[in-house]
Design a protein around this ligand. Structure first.
Ligand code: ZN
Length: 227
C-alpha cells in the first residue's frame, strides 16, 4: 500500500527554523529504515514501503530512534470526532502568539564585534515589543492546550494530528505511549506520529499566562477501549 498524497501528509511536520535546515524537508532515517519529517516538536515516521517518493538520507542523523518511547498497550485511542469536540470548546481571539518569538517575548540576534567575531545575544522581540502577542485576524485562540491525561499539548500540535487523520481518512489513532512528555500514536500500520507536550498538569501555573489552567481543554480518555 502507498500513501496518496505524501506531500500534504508530511509537510505539516517539517520545521522552518533557519538554524535547523535538516528539518526543512522529509528525510530517510537509515537507522529506522523509515521516512521521517519533524520540526523537533512533532514527528511523523513511516515505513519506507508506504512512500512513492525517495527521500534523501541526512548527513548527520538526528537520532530519532532515541526519542521514540517504548510502545505499550495503553488502551487509549484518539478519536477524530472527540478531538474536534475539544477544538469546538476553544474560543476565538484576535490576540495571537507572536510568530517571531513564539510568545516568549525575546529573540536571539547576532552581531559582529570589532574583532570580526559573531556574537549571539538575546533582545526584546522587535515584532511584539516583548509582550509575546500580536493582534491579527480573529481565529481560534492558539494559547489553548488540549490535555490528554496529564500531558498538555498545544492546540497547534493537535491540529496537526487532526489534519493528518483527516488526510488519511481515519477516525481513530491508537496510542502507543503517553509518557515522558510524549504522545506516540499509530495512524496506520507502519505509520506513526509523535507529539511533544507543552507542559504537564503539575507545571500549570496561574501566574504564567501561557500555562494557565483556564486554557486547558480536557480530552476525554476512556481507558479499556469500550465506547
Ligand atoms: Zn515577539
Amino acid at each position: 500500500m502507498k500513501l496518496n498524497d505524501e506531500q500534504t501528509l508530511l509537510r505539516p511536520y517539517c520545521g522552518n527554523d533557519e538554524f535547523r535546515p535538516s528539518m526543512w524537508h522529509p528525510f530517510f532515517d537509515s537507522q529506522l529504515n523509515a521516512v521521517c519529517a519533524t520540526d523537533a516538536h512533532n514527528l511523523i515516521i513511516g515505513d519506507k514501503d508506504l512512500f512513492f517518493n525517495e527521500y534523501a538520507t541526512l548527513e548527520k542523523p538526528l537520532g530519532i530512534k532515541n526519542v521514540l518511547p517504548h510502545e505499550e498497550n495503553t488502551g487509549i485511542k484518539i478519536s477524530y470526532k472527540k478531538l474536534n469536540e475539544c477544538f469546538d470548546k476553544i474560543p476565538y481571539s484576535k490576540k495571537h502568539e507572536c510568530p517571531e518569538c513564539g510568545g516568549y517575548g525575546r529573540v536571539d540576534t547576532t552581531y559582529e564585534t570589532k574583532t570580526g567575531d559573531n556574537l549571539s545575544i538575546e533582545i526584546e522581540c522587535p515584532i511584539c515589543g516583548g509582550t509575546g502577542n500580536v493582534i491579527g485576524e480573529e481565529r481560534k485562540d492558539e494559547r489553548y492546550l488540549v490535555r490528554i491525561k496529564d500531558l498538555c499539548f498545544r492546540y497547534k500540535s493537535m491540529v496537526v494530528l487532526e489534519k493528518t487523520m483527516e488526510n488519511l481518512h481515519i477516525k481513530e489513532a491508537r496510542v502507543l505511549a503517553l509518557t515522558n512528555s510524549r504522545l506516540f500514536v499509530e495512524l496506520l500500520p507502519g505509520l506513526k506520529a509523535l507529539f511533544m507536550c507543552f507542559c504537564e498538569t503539575e507545571d500549570l501555573d496561574g501566574n504564567d499566562e501561557r500555562k494557565d489552567s483556564d486554557l486547558v481543554i480536557d480530552y476525554p480518555v476512556n481507558k479499556g477501549g469500550k465506547k
